[in-house]
Design a protein around this ligand. Structure first.
Ligand code: ATP
Ligand code: MG
Length: 232
């Protein structure tokens, strides 16, 4: 059987230049994240937060350096295996034109109904489902763009949690959420870290920043990451 991912994440001297760009967007980033940490990526618009999250998800490759999981370059893994270790909430979530349930179970079809309900609860997505005419069996028709933005983000968070991976990548998870939704996200990421998950979040939200055990400020010297006391 396949090895179990322990949740350790490392950026080793990582440099990334987007296609067509002249200078690197991310330059010689090095950072070690032990399992159970909450790393918050901050920085101005365009500083590379979403790009770094995609590199960690394995959706783009650095020109130099590497992303390592438990000390192994993620490019050595079977892409599907790494995908199953990694719950990813993109900044602009897109869904398949299938039912909500099918979307949520995509990466983890064997998730039980009980676990699915627990995931919806942790994502604060129960209302989002209840507001759809056929609940979980509601078919999406426009890649989820027809959903209210907060509902879309909560369902995309549920989809990321449903993967059941040790690593959770959240790109602006509280965008478009009200204070209650933000509080749910905050509580859930603290719970995830306590359960040994590694959480990487791109966020401008001061509430989310409070939960960080590590902060990487992409506006600052990229060779440094500031360490903070873990939340709670
Ligand atoms: P925001 O706060 O607005 O979400 P961000 O910090 O997430 O911004 P990114 O979305 O990572 O920033 O974009 C960083 C820069 O890299 C942008 O200028 C973007 O145009 C550029 N970029 C990222 N990926 C690519 C790509 N595949 N091709 C071309 N340019 C890219
Ligand atoms: Mg972004």
């Amino acid at each position: 059987s396949l090895p179990r991912y322990g949740g350790t994440l490392e950026l080793r001297d990582l440099t990334y230049t987007p296609a067509g760009a002249v200078t690197p967007l991310l330059r010689r980033l090095s950072l070690s994240v032990p399992a159970g940490n909450i790393l918050v990526l901050k920085g101005r618009n365009g500083s590379g937060k979403s790009t770094l999250i995609r590199l960690i998800a394995g959706l783009a490759d650095p020109q130099e350096g590497a992303v390592l999981a438990d000390g192994v370059d993620i490019r050595k893994f079977a892409p599907l295996w790494w995908r199953q270790q990694t719950g990813y909430l993109p900044q602009e979530p897109v869904f398949l034109n299938r039912t909500i349930r099918e979307n949520l179970l995509l990466a983890n079809p064997r998730l039980s109904e009980t676990d699915l309900q627990a995931v919806l609860h942790r994502a604060g997505a129960e209302r989002a489902v209840a507001d759809c005419a056929q609940g979980l069996d509601t078919p999406l028709r426009n890649f989820g763009q027809e959903l209210p933005v907060g509902h879309r983000r909560r369902l995309a968070l549920a989809r990321a949690l449903a993967v059941g991976g040790r690593l959770i990548l959240l790109d602006e998870p509280t965008d478009g959420l009200d204070a209650e939704g933000t509080a749910v996200v905050y509580r859930t990421l603290i719970e995830l870290a306590r359960a040994g998950h590694t959480v990487v979040i791109a966020s401008h939200d001061p509430r989310i920043l409070q939960g960080a055990s590590l902060v990487l400020d992409l506006d600052q010297s990229q060779d440094l990451a500031m360490s903070r006391d873990p939340a709670g």
